[in-house]
Design a protein around this ligand. Structure first.
Ligand SMILES: C[S@@+](CC[C@H](N)C(=O)[O-])C[C@H]1O[C@@H](n2cnc3c(N)ncnc32)[C@H](O)[C@@H]1O
Ligand code: SF4
Ligand code: SF4
Length: 487
């Protein structure tokens, strides 16, 4: 009997911990002391008997029947979660290796731009053990590379200050990908600008896939033709695209690119037909206020994931002129009501009303990190500068022409500074009554106020509104429950 890893399964070893991820069934797990069982399971078919012999040779002196039966249970569990395939022939393995399909009821498509084993809390492993491992050994899981600053669009809200035709050279990108893999990275997000403008876009994707990385593409899809769709299907990429409205004029007014709606929509539908996993993001601003309702309905008709988001940040160079398109508080409140009362999906978990039962004390909050910037992820821009997270380009961690990723991650003083940030640094936030209804964020603070620990009043007002709307929902719920009890 043969066994190999499924094409959608990815395995990384971090110290004694084995991280396994399967992205069709949206399954991931961290195991302790599973390295020997996983050691001979690769992308290439291997005889199960041969693997068992190898394992027995490692545990010399142990009961070989017990090892064999443990291993069979182990791979049975992996197979039921889609991590491995077994079969008598290579063809049978290929037949049993499932691909993503919109026509099958998949669990929600995994957001491959946000993978972080450090956040797992597994039954098998005490959560604090895993947390303390990653605390002592900060591990980079996701790298975003903005391979170019050039773009086909000029979106009114965009945080990128200028769209000069700067392209990070292929050789440098390959070197960085090698370094990411050496550091145990799982995901490469390729963004821009418009990444498909890079002359070596396909070679970059191919190389990252050869290195067994999950590749996520952030694109406006205006350059995505049939050949590109076929390429993305073959290389098993996932895609995130922005669609601002179902009204072509509104979408084009935001992108300032006539005809962009038609191109983007056509590409989304081609991706759908080719079963390339795609997620639609619909940032909401003044010109497309409430259009997310139609965009979300459209996505539903395609069985595609979609979310709105109204958190518009200032530009990376602290120019706030792009915020003129941001919703005012009255408009924002109406969206919050849709999110809280009608479960409209949103690209931020802090609007989740269930969080009401999950409040942390001020002391605990002050000790914790506020996000994954420099904790599990980092970004690289087209000029070769590393920076902490998407849109936080104002803070430079180091230059990829001078330093390798290992140095950036472990030694850069700026990386260490950002990594050491905890709630305590945000003096205004520690005792704030709206804190659990807010996404405390260094980047959006920095881009708008010039100081990463000083929040802009707008975001404080939004958090207050969010708090009010959630309280209103709970008050209504409580009233309904008490009426039912009275009956
Ligand atoms: C910078 S773009 C790069 C990828 C690609 N060009 C695109 O538009 O999807 C990535 C995402 O950031 C969003 N975005 C751009 N500027 C933003 C801002 N100021 N605040 C919040 N999101 C922003 C875009 O709408 C897009 O969804
Ligand atoms: S949001 Fe994306 S598509 Fe729009 S201008 Fe910025 S980089 Fe280009
Ligand atoms: S509402 Fe303002 S002060 Fe309160 S946590 Fe959010 S950013 Fe901080």
């Amino acid at each position: 009997m043969l066994i190999r890893l499924s094409k959608n399964a990815f395995v990384r070893q971090y110290g004694d911990f084995t991280y396994i991820l399967e992205r069709i069934k949206n399954y991931d797990v961290v195991m302790k002391d599973a390295e020997v069982f996983m050691r001979w399971i690769s992308r290439y078919p291997e005889e199960i008997d041969a693997i068992v012999k190898n394992i027995i040779s490692v545990y010399a002196g142990a009961d070989s029947n017990e090892i064999c039966s443990d291993f069979i249970d182990f791979i049975g569990n992996l197979e039921s979660n889609g991590v491995v395939v077994t079969g008598r022939t290579v063809e049978e393995l290929a037949r049993r290796d499932i691909s993503f399909s919109y026509d099958v009821d998949n669990p929600k498509t995994m957001d491959t731009h946000r993978i972080s084993p450090a956040e797992r809390t597994m039954d098998e492993i005490p959560a604090d053990l895993l947390a303390s491992y990653f605390k002592e050994n900060p591990t980079i899981f996701t790298l975003q590379i903005d391979i170019t600053q050039a773009c086909t669009e000029r979106c009114i809200h965009c945080y990128i200050p200028e769209y000069t035709p700067t392209f990070l050279p292929l050789a440098r990108i390959k070197k960085v990908i090698d370094e990411l893999r050496e550091q145990g990275g799982v995901t490469l997000s390729i963004s821009g600008g418009e990444c498909m403008l890079h002359p070596d876009f396909k070679e970059i994707v191919r190389y990252a896939r050869e290195k067994d990385l999950i590749v996520g593409i952030l694109s406006n899809l205006t350059l995505c033709d049939e050949a590109m769709v076929e390429f993305l299907r073959e290389t098993e990429c996932t895609v995130q695209v922005s669609l601002y409205s179902m009204n072509p004029e509104t979408h084009d007014r935001i992108t300032k690119h006539k005809g962009s709606f038609d191109k983007t929509k056509a590409a989304i539908e081609m991706l759908r037909k080719a079963n390339v996993p795609c997620r639609i993001s619909c940032p909401t601003m003044k010109p497309n206020y409430k259009d997310y309702l139609n965009v979300l309905a459209y996505a539903r008709s395609l069985r595609m994931d979609a979310q709105t988001d109204f958190v518009i940040m200032g530009k990376m160079n602290c120019d706030t002129s792009n915020l003129a398109c941001r919703l005012n508080l009255e408009e924002t409140k109406s969206i919050l009501e849709d999110i809280v009362f009608k479960s409209v999906p949103v690209n931020s978990e802090y609007f989740d009303p269930l969080k009401k039962d999950d409040m942390r004390s001020d002391e605990d909050w002050a000790k914790d990190k506020v996000c994954g910037a420099c904790v599990d992820s980092v970004c690289l821009d087209a000029t070769g500068q590393y920076y902490p997270c998407a849109a936080f380009g104002g803070i430079k961690l180091g230059d990829c022409y001078e330093h390798d990723l290992k140095w950036i991650w472990n030694k850069s003083p700026e990386t260490l500074r950002i990594r050491s940030v905890t709630g305590e640094c945000f003096k205004k936030c520690i005792h704030c009554k709206d804190r659990d209804y807010c996404s405390v964020c260094m980047c959006r603070n920095f881009n708008e106020t010039g100081d990463m620990f000083t929040p802009a009043q707008h975001f404080c007002d939004v958090a207050r509104l969010n708090h009010e709307v959630v309280d209103e929902r709970f008050a209504k719920f409580a009233k309904r429950t008490s009426k039912n009890t009275d009956l």
